[in-house]
Design a protein around this ligand. Structure first.
Ligand SMILES: [Zn+2]
Length: 93
């Protein structure tokens, strides 16, 4: 599990949520928030968020992802999570 300051992360999530009117992205952000809170198989390597998916695939998400949603040009929670972590880090450093 990512070691994150909950208050800061909550602010970052709220901001990200307010920035988009796209329902799919809002759903992706909501899922990303849940995963960041509970998924032990996530790690930020300094460049991308590395995630072990439910289907046992390893995704390295930043602007891109290797999942099916991304392949179909759809928002995915992996990229949403990566963006949240990037914004969170920008705040904390
Ligand atoms: Zn993805």
């Amino acid at each position: 599990m990512m070691n994150l300051n909950q208050t800061t992360m909550r602010e970052v999530i709220q901001e990200a949520f307010d920035k988009t009117n796209n329902l799919r992205w809002q759903m992706a952000i909501t899922r990303a928030a849940q995963e960041l809170d509970s998924n032990p198989f996530m790690h930020y390597d300094g460049h991308a968020l590395v995630i072990l998916s439910e289907s046992n695939e390893i995704y390295s998400a930043n602007g891109t992802c290797q999942c099916k949603a991304f392949a179909h040009g759809k928002p995915c929670w992996h990229r949403a999570a990566a963006r949240l972590v990037t914004r969170y880090n920008a705040r904390c450093n």
